[in-house]
Design a binder for this molecule. Structure first.
Ligand SMILES: [Zn+2]
Ligand SMILES: [Zn+2]
Length: 242
């Protein structure tokens, strides 16, 4: 399977290096593919320029590495809407949907002022928005699953993992194993692997140095068979839908 990293950030959002520096680092690491997936908001007017810049870099690095363009957007509401304008979708190859906050009926849960809310209620809202995000056609990859729960003191055995994995499997979306947040021993990853959910291993690197450091785990997990998506084929098939 391809050695690749499909979740990285550049200085178009909160990364430290340019997209070109990130791609060059991926080349030096011996990767066959890399995606730049900067954080966006619905109001991010720079996305068309960013996408155009990545197209130029694809051409520049042709023959050295396959470059993909992407964006990462957080889930905003219980309806599974993400913080990306629909017009961004055809401009990039990959859209990552992630939980950076947990939605509630009017906004997001706060770790401080919502401390008294029962954990079961927070889990319930997290699950609703997660399931609706799985129905959101804008999203390709579920980034760092479960990452937001820990901050609310919610343990992995407090979520209905089996039910969630069934929904992920039915959605056809790709589940990310994020080396910053996930371990392959987690029940959600184990169960997803058993059910044949498409899995990818990504680093979420915010600098070239990060990418080098994270490459140890990315390569290890790839060698252990957790990099399971033919991403070129996935993107080709997906493009027919836009
Ligand atoms: Zn993220
Ligand atoms: Zn990220």
């Amino acid at each position: 399977m391809m050695l690749m990293d499909l979740h990285t950030h550049s200085n178009f959002s909160d990364g430290k290096n340019t997209p070109e520096e990130m791609i060059q680092t991926a080349v030096e690491l011996g990767y066959e593919a890399v995606a730049i997936t900067d954080h966006v908001w619905r109001t991010s007017a720079w996305v068309p320029d960013y996408a155009e810049h990545l197209e130029q870099l694809k051409a520049k690095f042709r023959g050295l590495i396959q470059v993909y363009s992407g964006i990462e957007a957080k889930v905003l509401t219980l309806d599974g809407d993400i913080d990306a304008d629909a017009s961004f979708r055809p401009l990039v190859d990959l859209v990552l949907g992630s939980f950076h906050r947990i939605p509630k009926p009017n906004g997001f849960y706060s770790k401080t002022s919502d401390a008294h809310i029962p954990r079961t209620e927070i889990v319930e809202h997290w699950l609703v928005s997660f399931r609706r995000m799985l129905d959101n056609p804008l999203v390709d990859i579920i980034a760092h699953p479960l990452s937001e729960l820990k901050g609310f003191g919610i343990q992995k055995d407090q979520i209905p993992t089996k039910e969630l994995v069934d929904h992920i499997a039915a959605s056809g979306k790709i589940l990310e194993i994020n080396v910053r947040y996930n371990s392959v021993d987690e029940p959600i990853i184990q169960m997803a692997a058993e059910q044949g959910v498409p899995l990818i291993v990504s680093s979420d690197s915010h600098s070239a140095i990060d990418m080098v450091n994270n490459s140890v785990l990315v390569k290890d997990l790839s060698n252990r068979g957790f990099q399971r998506v033919d991403i070129e084929r996935y993107i080709r098939n997906r493009k027919h839908r836009f």
